[in-house]
Design a protein around this ligand. Structure first.
Ligand code: GRF
Length: 193
């Protein structure tokens, strides 16, 4: 067996706005031996985001930023990330759009998870829109973040079947279950592992 001597995990930050179930799955993954990343910061625009509680439980530093002044706040976040030697960012239910300037500073190092089979259903309310259009399948996508909303290069997708009596809630659950598996897989793929 190969022993990895001096192998250091890449320091990363997860950006959230809500429940943080993807954050939870990423934290779990980050603690496994096979994970090339550690999660060192949790960042949110929303002081009420439930996911922030995971910071305390897992002893991960968390910080809330006020997005009312976007330009200023992005610079504050960039300094904070630098201070903590963060090399990569995972967006997980983060409801703010990052500027081109911000994205350029982490070019190719920001990933997002989106609850649809992109390029279909960019933006919000994906499940209801898929149901309204009588789609047979939906799913989730992990992609690179570029300056256009939900449009960066796709890393991995998982398809789920929409059943006859599917509701928005049941589809949300079904897709989230897959999201929690897909994000770690996409990270392994990003690192060629
Ligand atoms: C997920 O469906 C994710 O794909 C989308 O927002 C939701 C966040 O859920 N971008 P959670 O906060 O990770 O539970």
């Amino acid at each position: 067996m190969v022993k990895l001597i001096g192998y250091k995990k890449v320091k990363t930050a997860v950006f959230i706005s809500g429940t943080g179930s993807n954050l939870k799955s990423l934290i779990k993954f980050s603690k496994t031996r096979k994970s090339p990343i550690s999660i060192d910061l949790i960042i949110s625009n929303n002081p009420k985001a439930k996911g922030l509680k995971l910071g305390k439980i897992n002893r991960i530093k968390k910080k809330v930023f006020n997005f009312k002044k976007k330009h200023n706040v992005e610079n504050q976040i960039l300094s904070f990330l630098k201070e903590h030697e963060i090399k990569m960012i995972f967006l997980a239910g983060f409801m703010k759009i990052l500027s081109k300037n911000f994205i350029t500073k982490f070019r190719g190092k920001i990933l997002n998870i989106h609850p649809s089979l992109l390029p279909k259903y960019k933006g919000l309310n994906t499940h209801q829109r898929a149901l309204n259009n009588n789609e047979k399948y939906s799913g989730c996508t992990v992609h690179f973040v570029n300056s256009k909303l939900d449009s960066g290069k796709i890393i991995l997708q998982k398809k789920v079947k929409i059943s006859k009596n599917e509701t928005k809630d049941s589809l949300t659950k079904k897709v989230l279950f897959q999201e929690h598996k897909l994000y770690p897989k996409a990270i392994l793929k990003f690192f060629n592992l």
